[in-house]
Design a protein around this ligand. Sequence first.
Ligand SMILES: [Zn+2]
Length: 84
Amino acid sequence: MTQRQSTTGACRFPGCDQPRQPTSPHGHAVYCDNPAHNKDTAYRARYRAAVAAQTQELQRLRELLRTAGLVTDPAGANGAEQVA
Ligand SMILES: [Zn+2]
């Protein structure tokens, strides 16, 4: 009935392939021994990666629309619009 987290496998921090290290005798071994790799920093890194991926996709779609001639004056990268 004892169910233990495996300590094998790679750190769950995005892009890190170091082996997992247990943080405490009862802790979940999901991150390596890098102190910068923890639940909070991993969440922020995944969030930044998701935002970057969405920004890339948005730029790709804008380029597609521009190429198709559906958009002649695309908004700036920050979405700011000039109002006269
Ligand atoms: Zn790591």
